[in-house]
Ligand binder design. Structure first.
Ligand code: SAM
Length: 327
């Protein structure tokens, strides 16, 4: 298929992050406030049929890859059913999932059979007490989930670790050894000022350039590549299969190659993680829009994509939490 979605800055948009819920079974302190209640209501959630129709229109317009995310996507009921239906959309080449893995132990097999090929798991620490402090959750469940994902045959499995100064930056080397042992890919992520929780990030922000320099003293790092088309810049640890990705939205932004948009559970398309530019699809879907009009709406929405985020210049700007946009 040769269809392409191109934004006003000439970037091809071929990737959607699809949030299937804004709820989460963890409370990472840098993401959602502990007492947060302001979730969207079920009647505002796009139904599976609405999601499939809308994603179908995006794929018909040029999107090739979809990542299911949240909130925590595994708390949405019957997710494997939705995944199976999305995987069958003609022209969709890659269906992946981002999860905290808390309930992956129970769902890994079904998700794999449904057609999800790749998963990313968020894991900021390997210490149970620290995991509880950061997320309020139980590390054992996550490790069980990861092992179930391995058994189910997901490949690659990527671990996403948000690096925070004085909180988990002393665990970088342990996480590297863990990933070498289990054949996982590891990605480090800089904290972003999203919502009132993320805005405190300045106090524990750590540039990944510092981590890279630190690792270069201990390991021989050679340039590495990973399929996926995302923003991570990879190195490989010589003498192992381990690839380490650095995702640096703050210290070295990558907006000029941004190829993605984000659909939240209520049908709002966010055109940039760090800006409020958006387009509402739910009213159109519920007012009986025709297929041709929906394709036009998709084209129009992409014209709203801004050039870049302004996390550094205007850190107060993004009021929504990461859990709303899906990371
Ligand atoms: N629950 C799923 C998961 O854990 O992967 C998907 C959604 S979660 C919001 C996506 C990612 O965003 C997680 O890796 C989380 O650590 C990260 N995240 C949340 N708030 C962040 C922030 N302020 N800065 C950087 N990353 C953040």
């Amino acid at each position: 298929m040769s269809t392409r979605l191109t934004d006003p800055f000439g970037r091809s948009v071929e990737y959607i992050r699809l949030s299937v819920t804004d709820r989460c079974d963890l409370r990472c302190f840098y993401c959602l406030p502990g007492d947060y209640r302001d979730f969207s209501e079920p009647e505002e959630w796009l139904s599976f049929e609405e999601i499939e129709r809308l994603i179908g229109a995006f794929v018909a317009s040029g999107v090739r890859r979809v990542r299911i995310t949240g909130g925590e996507p595994l708390v949405r009921k019957n997710l494997p059913l939705l995944a199976g239906n999305l995987a069958r959309i003609p022209g969709l080449l890659d269906l992946s999932l981002s999860t905290n893995a808390v309930s992956l132990g129970r769902q890994a097999e079904k998700l794999k059979s449904a057609g999800i090929s790749r998963i990313n798991v968020s894991l900021d620490t390997l210490r149970a007490d620290r995991f509880k402090d950061i997320t309020r959750g139980n590390l054992n469940k996550v490790i069980d989930g990861l092992m179930a994902a391995k058994r189910a045959g997901f490949s690659p499995i990527k671990i996403n670790m948000v690096i925070m100064k004085g909180i988990n930056d002393d665990e970088v080397e342990d996480m590297i050894e863990f990933c070498i042992e289990h054949d996982f890919t590891l990605r480090f992520i800089e904290t972003m000022p999203m919502g009132e929780t993320g805005r405190n990030a300045a106090s524990y922000f750590l540039s990944l350039q510092d981590i890279k320099n630190r690792l270069a003293e201990r390991y021989e790092l050679i340039p590495g590549v990973m399929p996926g088309g995302g923003p991570a810049r990879y190195v490989q640890v010589a003498g192992s299969q381990l690839r380490i990705g650095f995702i640096t939205p703050i210290s070295q932004h990558f907006c000029e190659t941004c190829n993605r948009v984000r659909l939240s559970v209520d049908g709002t398309l966010y055109l940039c993680l760090g800006q409020e530019h958006k387009f509402e699809f739910r009213p159109l879907l519920r007012d009986g829009i025709s297929d041709a009009e929906l394709l036009d709406a998709v084209q129009y929405a992409i014209t709203l994509k801004p050039e870049r985020h302004e996390f550094n210049d205007k850190p107060q700007q993004v009021v929504r939490f990461m859990a709303k946009t899906g990371g």
